[in-house]
Design a protein around this ligand. Structure first.
Ligand code: Q46
Ligand code: ZN
Ligand code: ZN
Length: 324
């Protein structure tokens, strides 16, 4: 197989695009495509500071890398979950991220360590709280969302970027469609506008297959965490991903077509445009100020005991590492 651009040996063949490329032209193509998606969905401009949520995995580190290459003002946010799972998942992920930061002079990484700041790791909170019922994912999602929003707000980032790829988005779309979760379908899009004090949320990789982001990370020489979080096993989205992969194997491009047709139906045919969400009255949380439907404390603040909530403001300032 030869590269379409230079006729050298191709390193990747993308059947869904009918495109084979060599290393050099693949890296170039990937960066150009990202820029195209950022512009197409009006995600952000070069004047806006972007906070990239990083986990140490291929997608988030590749995203940070590409945004820096494109000259965007991109910094990182990392929440240390304190997950071991026999592979020291959190420790190893953090090492990969620190290495990335050291290799990119001038970038900043803001770190929130759950155990240090709030006194418990994510699995410990999940064990104790009713919400977790022993499984950390629900608590983990809640804490990640809250802390990302808090740090973006406090440090003045108008944009929050995550490394979700096409496989992630198609699996969520599949799940939302299977259950006809109209509210979720109405909101699912590469950009979620800012509002209520929250930063704009963007997914610049939403049109790349997972194997394309993995290929980019490998070819760009990014040292990332191969292992997934040990708690991701058995999650519904993984099952949906497998189903969609079977479909994709027989019909190359099916996954992309599924997601893009959905976006087109929204953009061109106004699908869900008139959907009105049930109006829930929002209050500012008495402690953190983030909007919540319940009066008093928000779901995040209700997770913690009094002594944690009463710690001075300075205790919640993230640790910032500067690259180079
Ligand atoms: S990190 Fe957290 Fe995921 Fe691990 S505990 Fe579950 S939600 S699986 S993206
Ligand atoms: Zn080439
Ligand atoms: Zn709160």
């Amino acid at each position: 197989m030869k590269c379409r651009k230079c006729r050298e040996k191709a390193v990747i063949n993308m059947r869904q695009h009918k495109l084979a490329l060599c290393k050099e032209h693949y890296l170039e193509w990937f960066v150009e495509q990202t820029e195209r998606f950022i512009k197409k969905y009006k995600m952000f401009t070069r004047d806006e500071r972007v906070l990239v949520a990083v986990s140490g995995g291929k997608d988030s580190l590749a995203l940070w890398d590409v945004l820096l290459k494109l000259g965007y003002q991109a910094d990182g946010f990392y929440l240390r979950l304190g997950i071991d799972g026999g592979i020291q998942y959190s420790d190893e992920s953090y090492e990969k991220i620190k290495k990335f930061v050291a290799e990119h002079p001038g970038t900043q990484l803001h770190v929130v360590d759950a155990k240090e700041m709030y006194g418990e790791s994510i699995p410990e909170v999940a064990q104790r709280s009713r919400r977790g019922r022993g499984k950390p994912c629900s608590v983990c999602g809640l804490i990640k969302r809250h802390e990302m929003n808090r740090i973006a707000h406090d440090l003045g980032y108008p944009v929050l970027a995550t490394g979700h790829n096409l496989d992630d988005e198609a699996a969520v779309l599949f799940s939302n469609t299977l259950h006809w979760q109209v509210g979720y379908l109405a909101r699912q899009y590469p950009v979620l506008p800012e509002g209520d004090g929250f930063a704009r949320k963007v997914k610049p990789f939403c049109r790349f297959y997972e194997r394309e982001t993995a290929a980019y990370a490998l070819l760009a020489g990014i040292d990332y965490m191969y292992e997934e979080c040990p708690y991701s096993e058995g999650a519904n989205t993984i099952y949906y991903k497998e189903l969609l992969n079977k479909l994709e194997a027989e019909r190359p491009g099916a996954k992309l077509h599924f997601y893009l047709s959905f976006l087109r139906a929204k953009d061109k045919d106004g699908l869900f445009a008139n959907w009105e969400e049930e109006k829930v009255e929002l209050h500012a949380c008495e402690r953190c100020g983030q909007p919540t439907s319940a009066p008093g404390l928000c779901a995040f603040c209700r997770l913690w005991p009094e002594e944690v909530l009463n710690k001075p403001q300075e205790a919640f300032v993230p640790l910032t590492l500067v690259g180079g």
